[in-house]
Write a protein that binds this ligand. Structure first.
Ligand SMILES: Cc1ncc(COP(=O)(O)O)c(C=O)c1O
Length: 397
């Protein structure tokens, strides 16, 4: 089936009702299995389940029917053998990364990635004896040059938060393949499976903050990992088992509902964002617009090659620096002043002090995250209202 049909129907269970009431009926939408544990048939099934984690449900931290349904759907959409649902995007990233790296290893990652992902490498893994090199992942030669004999992971975020740099997944995967023992993870949160499929381009694992476009309504914090079954099994046992970043069944159920409209939402996010980016690019109070759909964007051509649309995210350098940003952020009325992204409604945030506070000012400036920069998550409102809102706020500078 095509993707909009898959978003609604793939792996949607219609659970048979138990008991004697209406024995032939099935629930159209899955029930929420809000239970922490499962009553097992007998002693032998308990022994069997302990040895075969994916054979059934025994304890919600190891898996639940709602997470299972969601995982099958994500695997389907990412063209993966398997997927794992976890409690947040950072839960997905840390679980996936920890399943690959060990003390003494070296990691190569992008100079522009979400601030807390950066903190995982720079502030947590370094304490465990994992070293790293930050590179511009739009430059494949720079990635190759950074690879050391003990490199085991190349971590790429594309589109990158917040400057929307697009890295060429296929070219990086080809370079990584030349070195035995290196895995490649792609954080594809900004694109969602609707706009790109990193595994098809050679990545080993794809991760998403499902908090964002997959949920779409700002009501669930969640993350997913998709890839080959052996790698996903390892993420589940022992990493999810031991770190415990388990996704609550109700959150998994909500995600299943939110994802049904991913296609129509993404089409509208892309359409609105393109119109706003083009309008802002000509605005006298704007220095620069970072949107991969614009021809002026340095990685527009790679975006055209590997994405099916340019997404709903952009950053904007406002003339007048932080003071001008303060005026705009305090005066928008339709946009909400809030971090996060991918919601149906529009959000505005200041990346240096919100999503990327973990980086030093020097690191931020070198990565083009300037003090006068705001990040916009363009929602699905009527685009004229969004433009009018930005216009009245910019006029106050
Ligand atoms: C690209 C990207 N990856 C991962 C995350 C982390 O997601 P979560 O907040 O669900 O842990 C974020 C959060 O903004 C993000 O922007």
């Amino acid at each position: 089936m095509k993707i909009n049909t898959d978003l609604l129907h793939a792996h949607q269970l219609h659970a048979r009702l138990t008991g004697t009431y209406q024995p032939a009926a099935k629930a159209h939408i899955s029930p929420i299995y809000q239970t922490t544990t499962y009553v097992l048939e007998d002693f032998d099934s308990a022994v069997y389940l302990n040895q075969h984690a994916d054979a059934g449900f025994s304890y919600t931290r190891f898996g639940s029917p709602n997470c299972d349904e969601l995982e099958k759907k994500i695997a389907h959409l990412e063209h993966a053998e398997a997927a794992l649902a976890v409690a947040s995007g950072l839960g997905a990233i840390s679980t996936a990364v920890m399943s690959i790296v060990k003390a003494g290893d070296h990691v190569v990652f992008g100079d522009v990635i979400y601030g807390c992902s950066y903190a995982l490498f720079a502030k947590v893994l370094t304490n465990l004896g994992v070293t790293y090199t930050r590179v511009d992942t739009t430059n494949v030669a720079a990635i190759e040059a950074a690879i050391q004999p003990n490199t085991t992971l190349v971590y790429v975020e594309t589109p990158a938060n917040p400057t929307l740099k697009i890295s060429d997944i296929e070219a990086i995967a080809e370079a990584v393949r030349k070195h035995e023992g290196i895995k490649m993870i792609v954080d594809s949160t900004f694109a969602s499976p609707y706009l790109q499929n990193p595994l098809d381009l050679g990545a080993d694992l794809v991760v998403h903050s499902a908090t964002k476009y997959l949920c779409g309504h700002g009501t669930v914090t969640a993350g997913v990992i998709a890839g080959p079954k052996a790698m996903i099994d390892r993420c589940r046992m022992p990493y999810l088992q031991c770190f415990g970043a388990v996704l609550d069944p109700f959150a998994a159920w909500q995600l299943m509902q939110g994802m049904k409209t991913l296609g129509v939402r993404m089409e509208r996010h892309c359409e609105n964002a393109m119109k706003i980016a083009k309008w802002l690019e000509k605005h006298p109070k704007v220095d620069r617009v970072y949107y991969p759909g614009l021809e002026s964007h340095p990685t527009h051509e790679i975006a055209k090659k590997q994405m099916r649309g340019f997404g709903g995210m952009m950053s904007v350098d406002i003339k007048g620096g932080m003071d001008a940003v303060r005026i705009v952020m305090n005066n928008v009325k339709v946009f909400s002043l809030a971090t996060s992204l991918g919601n149906v409604d529009s959000l505005i945030q200041h990346s240096p002090s919100m999503s990327h506070f973990d980086m030093t000012p020097e690191e931020r400036y070198a990565s083009e995250i300037f003090d006068g920069q705001v990040r916009l998550s363009i929602g699905i409102e009527d685009v004229d209202d969004l433009i009018a809102d930005l216009e009245q706020a910019l006029a106050l500078i």
